[in-house]
Ligand binder design. Structure first.
Ligand SMILES: C[S@@+](CC[C@H](N)C(=O)[O-])C[C@H]1O[C@@H](n2cnc3c(N)ncnc32)[C@H](O)[C@@H]1O
Length: 248
């Protein structure tokens, strides 16, 4: 569905039907998806420019262009990327589009089992926890319920990371739109139930990290490449994004 929102071709009839249903109820989803992806690319450039050379991209999504490793390697060709997703369809596309490049790998694993992620051979082989790491959790935590403990997942995943590591999060929110504008019911029947969170619920996910400027903001406002977006461009976007740096 996300691939379809981004204008990709790696989607199936059933995805397109569900996506069209959501677009019908919530046309904002297209702007949110694109703005979210652009945030991911700016955040990756930022962390690599600051010296990060290894990235765990958890909740990868179906490969799109450019992918995390392509953007990172424009700045530092030696950057290693481990992609992780729990969707076998993503795994099927990963072989051709993500892991054909040396220094990249894919793990079919679930964010809700963080210890398994740390123990996965792809992570153990590619990631040197003696060096700083960037963990991307971009547009994935809103598929994790409160009972599944997203804060605990983040703590487990970032605990072995040394100071200087970075945490990149984006997260869907209802702070700007009514629930009727978000087709949560369609997600319940497809990807996973959506748990959209407010600003005050997302900020604590960065505990132990110092937020880079401008903090947790709607994704188009996070270090835009050009002039700041105007109110019209911002209005449809219901996604927060931020980047934190581990300090101790
Ligand atoms: C909206 S896409 C985001 C893709 C990419 N991170 C981006 O922002 O452009 C969400 C992805 O998270 C994956 N996902 C959802 N729940 C997950 C979980 N519990 N563990 C791992 N991946 C998950 C989905 O399969 C999907 O590929």
């Amino acid at each position: 569905m996300y691939d379809y929102y981004l204008g990709g071709k790696d989607n199936y009839e059933i995805d397109r039907e569900a996506a069209e249903h959501i677009i019908g109820q919530s046309p904002n989803i297209l702007d949110s998806a694109r703005a979210n992806r652009e945030f991911l690319l700016r955040a990756v450039r930022t962390v690599v420019a600051s010296g990060i050379r290894q990235i765990i991209d958890l909740g990868t999504g179906v490969p799109t262009s450019p992918n995390t490793h392509e953007v990172a390697r424009e700045i530092a060709p030696e950057t290693r990327v481990v992609y992780i997703d729990n969707d076998p369809i993503v795994a099927a596309h990963a072989d051709a589009r993500l892991t054909s490049t040396p220094g990249t790998d894919f793990a079919l694993a679930d964010a809700r089992r963080p210890a398994d992620i740390l123990a996965h051979p792809a992570v153990r082989d590619r990631i040197d926890f003696a060096e700083p790491v960037a963990l991307l959790l971009v547009a994935v935590l809103h598929f994790v319920s409160d009972e599944e403990d997203p804060a605990g997942i983040i703590t487990t995943l970032t605990e072995p990371m040394v100071p200087g590591s970075h945490l990149v999060i984006s997260h869907g929110t209802l702070d700007f739109h009514g629930p009727e504008e978000v087709a949560a019911e369609v997600y319940r029947k497809s990807t996973a139930a959506l748990r959209l969170r407010g600003h005050a619920e997302i900020v604590p996910f960065f505990d132990g990290f110092t937020m880079l400027e401008p903090g947790l903001v709607r994704v188009p406002l996070w270090r835009p490449d050009g002039p700041p977006p105007d109110a019209g461009a911002l209005a449809p976007v219901g996604v927060y994004g931020g980047v934190g740096r581990k300090t101790s």
